[in-house]
Design a protein around this ligand. Structure first.
Ligand SMILES: *[C@@H]1O[C@H](CO)[C@@H](O)[C@H](O)[C@H]1NC(C)=O
Ligand SMILES: *[C@@H]1O[C@H](CO)[C@@H](O)[C@H](O)[C@H]1NC(C)=O
Ligand SMILES: *[C@@H]1O[C@H](CO)[C@@H](O)[C@H](O)[C@H]1NC(C)=O
Length: 215
């Protein structure tokens, strides 16, 4: 019984809060200019033909990756109208993936496109295994045949300093490598010199002994 009362109290409080919000809402709508524009856009979307089928459930998102890192773009549409294309506009070539049955494998370019059905969605996935600087600015465009709107995204590739680090590593490595080679050859020379000295020493001693024996 007490629980019910509590619940009633809570719901009453909620109602009061809602009433307050409704009272305050019109004034805020008048003061802000953005409110009318958002309502108009939502009405245009709902008035468009069959919004359930003609829409992108998974929008491709812009990607920013370090050079050498993989990049994955996804686009999905409702399973009810599974046909669509997901195109990869690369600097040297364009690739078009047509779902739900399409498949693209460009192994030398490390680019793979595949279609999938998941959670009531017809999904297309572009995977670039390793990005290079020439992939900077690559565009992907998702297009439903009957939909006037396309969903697009861009790939940005940045230099995370690994190429610089590799360069420095090579220089340092090369420096120490040559140092090592020089050091080794020097010690070898020294050793051979000491060996020579040993031999020479023996030779002079021999000479001495021969001289001594002569006297
Ligand atoms: C989807 O594409 C296939 C093959 O291109 C075609 O046979 C089918 O009618 C299309 N379906 C729709 C709903 O457009
Ligand atoms: C890729 O498509 C774009 C836009 O349609 C076009 O301008 C470009 O020339 C195409 N590139 C290649 C390599 O086919
Ligand atoms: C990638 O492209 C953007 C603009 O398209 C540019 O601002 C940026 O400098 C480029 N990055 C590299 C690493 O080339």
């Amino acid at each position: 019984m007490e629980d019910r009362r509590k619940k009633r109290k809570v719901s009453l409080f909620c109602l009061q809060l809602l009433a307050l919000l409704q009272i305050t809402a019109p004034s805020s709508a008048q003061s802000t200019t953005t409110r009318p524009t958002t309502t108009t856009t939502t009405t245009t979307i709902t008035s468009a033909a069959d919004p359930a089928a003609l829409s992108y459930r998974t929008h491709p998102a812009d990607l920013t990756v370090a050079v050498g890192e993989p990049a994955v773009f996804r686009c999905g549409v409702p399973r009810a109208s599974p046909n669509f294309t997901f195109t990869f506009y690369r600097s040297n070539a364009n690739y078009s993936l047509t779902c739900p049955s399409g498949h693209v494998d460009d192994i030398p370019q490390a680019l793979y496109g595949s279609c999938d059905m998941k959670n009531g969605e017809s999904l297309a996935v572009w995977t670039l295994r390793g990005t290079s600087f020439s992939d900077n600015g690559t565009r992907v465009v998702c297009q439903q045949p009957e939909n006037p709107n396309a969903a697009a995204a861009v790939l940005y590739v940045y230099d995370n300093g690994t190429s610089y680090a590799v360069l420095i590593g090579c220089i340092i490595g090369g420096f120490f490598g040559t140092l090592l080679v020089f050091g080794l050859s020097y010690t070898m020379l020294q050793r051979s010199e000491t060996l020579q000295k040993c031999f020479r020493g023996k030779e002079t001693q021999d000479d001495m002994t021969t001289i001594v024996t002569k006297e």
